[in-house]
Design a protein around this ligand. Structure first.
Ligand SMILES: Cc1ncc(COP(=O)(O)O)c(C=O)c1O
Length: 386
């Protein structure tokens, strides 16, 4: 028989008791219902050498804007809750869209805005939330966490949204909220303003709220914001994270009818926005013209990259009105591994059945795009088969 000295015996007993407590703790905590089954966001965040996986802007603020932001931040009253900064940004946005300040809400990225909209229209098994698939993967998560019923609407084979079928589904489900993403992430395609209007009009008679997520609208240019004045069920969500390169500051906003805004506002915590992000977004919004040349550059880079990739016969390139391209390629998984090995991050959709063999590539700087294209072309040519 092996003899164990007393101090080791003591350590073993402590370890076992610790483990038992750990297991018990896991078992006895009263998590909210469904949390364990809640899907989580499936994006991988890593600091790649070339990071084109998250549809961010790969340029930091224009120097003239950064200078103004820094000067503004140096005058912040850190000891005070945000007040003036929230109202100031709201007023600017309202003025730009010729609406009242009370029609604007600001959130921690459009993520928080969308989450609160889902929360406001969820909350029961009768509250159905219809959203397209494939689209922004968080819609399903927000619908579930809002305790609404997620209802997916499948896009057609080329990822277009059939407006009549979409309206029929929303009506047949008597949905409380219908969502479209325009332009759509990750497919890059668009609905026209007329199509958006047709949806808004058709579903207003079942009292269904209609959210248009315009996270990428600056790269398309045809916003539906004006329809908010005509259709009180419409809500438009926007972000500073993409075209305005403020993903790190987490600022987004929504525009809707006064009454709708007032109700959704109830779901936010008091002082949910921090003064630093609000002050930064305030300057960025004042100086938004400074961003136009880089938005134009990203659009022309997208078109240039799309044309180049179209020369690779085994790739399918989907049309895009955003700052990214979706490609389909039979060897997408191997290509993604190859890119990873070179410290280039693109978004791979792995085994997602709606996006089989698809990769999404955000536009970086022209130099980054050149390198990404060169690597893809080399891989493609080496693996070319008829
Ligand atoms: C379609 C869409 N909506 C909303 C968001 C959320 O962006 P943010 O919270 O940074 O404003 C994203 C982010 O990628 C997105 O793609």
């Amino acid at each position: 028989m092996i003899s164990i000295d007393k101090s080791l015996q003591g350590k073993i007993i402590c370890y076992i008791i610790g483990k038992i407590f750990f297991i018990l703790e896991e078992i006895i905590l009263k998590y909210r219902k469904d949390l364990e089954n809640m899907p989580s966001y499936d994006g991988v965040e890593k600091d790649y050498r070339i990071k084109v996986n998250a549809n961010e802007c790969n340029l930091n603020l224009p120097p003239i804007v950064e200078e103004r932001v820094m000067s503004r931040l140096s005058r912040i009253a850190f000891n005070r809750y945000p007040n003036y900064e929230y109202d100031s940004l709201r007023e600017q946005i309202a003025e730009n869209f010729s609406v009242d300040k009370e029609q604007i809400l600001i959130g921690g990225g459009s993520s928080e805005i969308i989450e609160k909209i889902f929360y406001s229209f969820g909350g029961s098994r009768f509250n159905k939330i219809v959203y397209p698939q494939p689209s922004f993967s968080m819609y399903k998560i927000y619908a579930k966490s809002a305790e609404g019923v997620p209802v997916q609407f499948d896009l057609d084979d080329d990822y277009n949204l059939n407006v009549d079928k979409y309206i029929s589904l929303v009506k047949s489900k008597k949905a409380s909220l219908a969502v479209v993403c325009n332009p759509n992430n990750p497919t890059g395609n668009v609905l026209t303003v007329e199509e958006i209007e047709e949806i808004a009009k058709s579903i207003s008679d079942i009292d269904c709220a209609f959210l248009v997520d315009e996270a990428y609208i600056e790269f398309y240019g045809k916003s539906s914001v004006d329809l908010v004045k005509k259709y009180p069920n419409m809500i438009v969500a926007r972000t500073f994270s993409k075209a305005y390169g403020l993903a790190g500051a987490r600022v987004g906003y929504m525009i809707a009818n006064r009454e709708v805004t007032k109700m959704i506002e109830k779901s936010f915590m008091p002082y949910h926005m921090n003064t630093l992000s609000l002050a930064t977004a305030d300057i960025v919004y004042q100086m938004r013209d400074e961003f136009q040349s880089r938005i134009d550059m990203m659009i022309s880079e997208r078109d240039r990259m799309s044309e180049q990739l179209k020369n690779l016969p085994q790739l399918k390139i989907f049309p895009s009105a955003t700052n990214f391209l979706l490609i389909r390629y039979a060897k997408a998984i191997q290509l993604n591994e190859w890119l990873e090995s070179l410290d280039i991050g693109v978004r791979s959709f792995g085994s997602n059945p709606y996006l089989e063999n698809c990769l999404r590539i955000s536009m970086g700087t022209p130099e980054e795009n050149d390198e990404v294209f060169k690597v893809i072309k080399k891989f493609h040519d080496e693996h070319f088969s008829n």
